[in-house]
Design a protein around this ligand. Sequence first.
Ligand SMILES: [Zn+2]
Length: 170
Amino acid sequence: MVEAKSRTNLRSLARILREHLHLDDVLYFPIVELLDVMTELFDDFNYEVVEDKVLSKKVHADTDIRTGHIRIKESVYEGACNGEGRDRMTIAHEIGHYFTLCFCGFRLERNFSGGKIPAFRDPEWQAKCFAGELMVPAHRVKGMDAYEIADQCGVSYDAACVQYKHLPKE
Ligand SMILES: [Zn+2]
């Protein structure tokens, strides 16, 4: 279990990162470029593009949360460079692990109750949520439908639907 973070917290975190990079209003987030920017900004961040066979079939990329080291499959990296929504989101997800675990304090706790981990304390949920919020800026997509979001933000239709569902209601 990790420190609890809500979607609202993660949305703010994504926005702070965007503002810091002067990308607050950008719809198509340059996620591949962010990898190199982060390598320069943070001493403990680094990534590596590996041959597909290095990682198991189901894994597209992974992050060692203790070292901040990210490994990305060659095919995923290339897909992301070519604007493939799912691959772009994979990279955002791994960066999400870095920000939610490494950068924001490494706080793994023991789950003494042995029960199910609530979603907002699950590192996978946090990385996924952060990635969605980073790639689809809620403050910029008001009035768009899921097709427009997918197209403008360079995410898959499924990811666009998830973000659309969580847009703040007015
Ligand atoms: Zn993950």
